[in-house]
Unconditional design. Sequence first.
Lengths: 221, 249
Amino acid sequence: MVSTGLQELDQLLGNGYPDRSSILVVGPPGIGKEALGYRFAQSGLLQGDFCLYATRLSVSEVLQDVRAYNIEPWLQPTWLSGHGGHGKLDLNDLTGLSFNIKEVVGKADDRRVRVITDVLSSLLMLNPPETVYRFLSQLFAELKKQDSVFLATVEEGMHKPEVLAAMSQIFDGVLELKLYEESFRIVPLLRIRKMRGVLPQLGYYRFTMSHGRMEVTPYAK
Amino acid sequence: MPSELGYVFLGLWLLVTALFLYSAYWSFTIRRALVTSLYRRQAFWVGGMGVYFVILSAFLAIALSLELSALPVNILGGLIISLGFILIFLWIDSTIHIARRSDPLFRDTLRWSRLRYLFWFVTVGGAVGAAFTSINSGFSTVAPFGGALLFGAVALLLSAKRSGDTTLRRHLRWTGLCIFLLWLGSQITQPLSYHIADPFLVESLTYPAVAAGAYCLYRSAKSLVPLAHLRISASEAADIQTSPKGAWP
């Protein structure tokens, strides 16, 4: 198992994400799903894993975001980014993107690899879903030859539900973050929609993110 | 003793106030649930608009009904009306940032990231000017100063088109409709008052547009983020874990 970087989430998942897995974090904008990626990357760097962060934003913008979550980025991953990274990220060229990711990950030697990305929503906006589906399937097949875990975030409310459902199919694990309207309040809830090697769960968990920590508690309506 | 029309107006005003307050409540509630500062800021300004419109409608209802035109009333009116333009500008600015974030190509529409400082300056300048106009000629003569806001609105619509974010588009549609209806309400007051002497009748005729605008602001607040409704069947509910924190069954 690979630690998520958040103790509470590790406990919930039985020590973290499965080895050689692909994880999708689905949630509305602003709910904090990026924090799961930042924590995952930071935890990997501290353990000596090779981390690749692929983003369409500039490195400075991501680092600003990271600090906003009270995470001090002492160690930095290898960046594929829109601006300022180790390599340029071009969302219009899926073949090139796949090649770049595989080339960078090839430098990991024998280390465990963590790939974190926020480009999935953009890819789905720029390309037909079938193309993205094929691109991801091929990329996962390549990445799983190494000891790697792939984590992607995708925006809820930006794509058709059937597109998100199709995307969920190719991932080994899907974490869903949602804002639920209950009477006159809003409750942020986490649900593990699926996770390889773990029985399907019906439970909802209330979560809060504060001071760089994520608190997760079982939620009963 | 108020006339029957007075009661109609009072009823409409209470409805409008309740709707604006309800919009503000939902905006601030959503803001509390969000983590990212960009989205929290947008929710804050929508909530701010709700509170602002309550203050503005209360002021206008009192000042126009009682036909107040003393200097302190004009100063207060000028300040309140000017504040509205600043609030709308702040909402536009925060929403353009969000639209840029959700644009897959991350484009800086109409170079907003640089020009925003200039338009911020122009908007504040316009607000100060409007306050002076209000002091000199009365708050009812303050005209909208829309140059910077118009440019902002164009940049916002273009950014939203580029972003392809359906949630953002829904939010923009409701907020745009709200601003249009409130503007319409303010524009029809003057011509109506030329033909109708009773101020309560004029207000009662224009307030349905304001009430519709208030409803649109409520819908705008609720469309800031996709909200789900928890529906669990009885069998599912029985299975929901109530085990200690973090424990895996």
